[in-house]
Design a binder for this molecule. Structure first.
Ligand SMILES: Cc1cc2nc3c(=O)[nH]c(=O)nc-3n(C[C@H](O)[C@H](O)[C@H](O)COP(=O)(O)OP(=O)(O)OC[C@H]3O[C@@H](n4cnc5c(N)ncnc54)[C@H](O)[C@@H]3O)c2cc1C
Ligand code: SF4
Length: 566
């Protein structure tokens, strides 16, 4: 008989809600987290550490991934992340990547749960409806707004989803003067600028401080506890029950199953590298989509010769991201202080605007209604290294020649000191395909001797068409606002901050890995609660939805364990 009721693997968006719910319900929970237990005082607003060093994730030469990106001609050349010098991890520490998110928190739309029924099939893609609808997730979104702390203001607009509470639990975060400019120009064009809700406390709440408007939010750990990370908002409370223990520096490597197919233990490396074994009644996998697929594939046993959940060769398939479209433009203080005032110089307040006017657009070939996406506006990051890198790669675009030396210094100085740069990001559905998947690399191994994840980001023409359409709208808005030096880039590659899919949930075990409660079809005591469950991703970042679903599933797990004990 095991001492532990539940083991949760990974402490980010998928793990935190389950740990809190089960501990609150009276169950003994152990969270195995690969990363360290960082606290507010250990996060640094250090530009070199953030941009040039892998401070919060594994070193790629010790734990690489093999990445296959489209060459645009049907080929997928493979590169090992360590050789290519790219980062593929998103944050390994207590709280996972939620420590480093910007906290843009938008709900999926009702149509996002029935993409196939609403928009029809996408040739070459495998688009399906979700087995649940918005109505089933709404109360969980509402719960997240209160439990995690979301600041915002509800405004009516044509694409507004219904909500059970009239407004957000906290007023919006402080707004930068350029938000007014976005509103004026958007409204003048008949559009609907929407205040973007943030998982950032605009007021002190539940023992956490309010936002200090540090100007270094996304990509940086929060030094006040205002950001609604799983660590700051959920895990501290789980531990405070006395029933949740977080074991850090623990890398899960596989599940052990018995002859009936039940998971009996998780094997994991301790900080000294030695393999340990932990038994429990239920297991919850929340190691982020790529690692969760890898773990399921590594877990072979008598009833799971191809890996847990993989009887139909579905684990790892239908990987999702958001096709990246970005653009930015410059607003010199000399010009804009006259109309917007010296608050133009504010480095900390947020612009926080999104447009959902293009959730539908016309298929360029047939004119049929196709799913579009959203366009968010924010200040370009204050990080000077990023500013320099952007200038180096784009400032010479007009003249079609590279710039360097004093000319580059001049551009960097101007962008850093003489004005504010406004940026937009587009979010749209990544077309899920069976070919876009995580597998185990046959050759490359990590420092634990395990096959690393091989990740194919399968291309689809609609990723490009939708991103180009949305980025063009963002660029038009920037120019209409009076921005200078506008740059628009619609590469439509994956936004690797946002990863989901790989273990779809559904009603039919032949076409899905998880059941409606996110329980693996062929392992009744194993649940997956990170973004892996999502069949489609919607046109907004995923974390709000991962949190909401993880709370929903936590209730099901508690029921399976016997209901609330306290
Ligand atoms: C810079 C940045 C900005 C972002 N901005 C936003 C935003 O504005 N809005 C939004 O919605 N989302 C945003 N995101 C995305 C958001 O962080 C993720 O969607 C979310 O954290 C995913 O949750 P998860 O549970 O899947 O994974 P994570 O939160 O990454 O948690 C996974 C955890 O599992 C641990 N782990 C992995 N493998 C193992 C193993 N084998 N054993 C034990 N532990 C393991 C990891 O260390 C990690 O702590 C952003 C992300 C980044 C990096
Ligand atoms: S204090 Fe505010 S701006 Fe700074 S990281 Fe925290 S939430 Fe973001």
């Amino acid at each position: 008989m095991s001492d532990v009721d539940a083991v949760v693997i990974g402490s980010g968006a998928g793990g935190g809600p389950v740990a809190l719910w089960l501990a609150d319900a009276g169950y003994r929970v152990v969270v195995l987290e690969k990363g360290p237990p960082l606290t507010e005082s250990e996060f640094k607003k250090d530009e070199i550490g953030e941009v040039r060093r892998a401070r919060y994730w594994p070193r790629e030469h010790e734990e690489p991934r093999v990445v296959e990106m489209s060459d645009g001609r049907g080929g997928y050349p493979a590169v090992t992340s360590s050789e290519a010098g790219i980062t593929t991890w998103n944050g390994c520490a207590v709280g996972g990547a939620t420590n480093f998110m910007s906290g843009f928190f938008l709900r999926l739309k009702p149509d996002d749960f029935r993409l196939r029924s609403t928009y029809g099939p996408a040739p070459g893609a495998d688009v399906v409806d979700w087995p649940i609808g918005y109505d089933e997730l709404e109360s969980w979104y509402d719960l997240v707004e209160r439990e995690v702390g979301v600041s915002g203001r509800v405004v009516e607009h044509p694409r507004m989803e219904w909500r059970s509470s009239p407004d957000f639990p906290m007023p919006p975060t402080a707004e930068h003067a350029l938000a007014k400019r976005v509103d004026e120009v958007g409204r003048a064009r008949g559009l609907h600028p929407i205040p973007l809700p943030r998982a950032v406390l605009s007021r002190p709440r539940a023992g956490r401080e309010k936002c200090d408007y540090t100007g270094f939010c996304g990509s940086y750990g929060c030094t006040t506890g205002a950001k609604g990370s799983s660590r700051a908002a959920l895990l501290g409370r789980a531990v405070a029950t006395g029933r949740c223990e977080i074991r850090t520096g623990r890398m899960a490597r596989s599940f052990e199953t018995d002859a009936s197919g039940r998971v009996v233990a998780v094997l994991h490396h301790g900080s000294d590298g030695v393999v340990e074994r932990l038994e429990a009644k239920v297991f919850v996998l929340a190691a982020q989509a790529i690692e969760s697929s890898r773990l399921l594939l590594l877990s072979t046993g008598p009833r799971h010769p191809k890996g847990i959940g993989n009887a139909n060769d579905l684990v790892g398939r239908h990987l999702l991201s958001s096709p990246a479209g970005v653009g930015w433009g410059f607003f010199p203080y000399a010009k804009w202080e006259k109309t917007l005032g010296d608050v133009m110089r504010d480095r900390g307040a947020f612009v926080n605007r999104t447009f959902q006017d293009w959730l539908d657009y016309a298929d360029p070939a047939t004119g049929r209604k196709r799913k579009g996406g959203s366009v968010d506006f924010l200040l370009l990051h204050s990080n000077a290294i990023q500013t320099a890198m952007i200038q180096a790669s784009t400032a010479g675009q007009g003249t079609k020649r590279p710039i360097f030396g004093r000319e580059l210094q001049g551009h960097v100085r101007r962008w850093f000191s003489d004005g504010k740069a406004l940026k937009f990001e587009t979010f749209s559905d990544w077309m899920p395909t069976a070919d876009g998947r995580v597998t185990l690399d046959p050759k490359v191994r990590d420092r634990f001797g395990l096959p690393v994840a091989r990740v194919r980001w399968a291309d689809h023409p609609w990723n490009h068409e939708t991103t180009e359409f949305l980025a063009a709208r963002g660029g038009e808005l920037l120019r209409a606002m009076g921005a200078e030096d506008v740059v628009v880039a619609a590469e439509a590659g994956p936004s690797t901050n946002l990863v989901a899919g790989g273990a779809r949930f559904g009603r039919d075990p032949k076409t899905s890995v998880l059941d409606v409660d996110c329980r693996v079809h062929d392992a009744e005591n194993l649940f997956v609660t990170d973004g892996s469950f999502m069949p489609t991703g919607g046109s907004v970042p995923y974390t709000f939805t991962i949190y909401a679903n993880a709370f929903r599933v936590a209730g099901r797990i508690a029921a399976q364990l016997g209901g609330t004990k306290k």
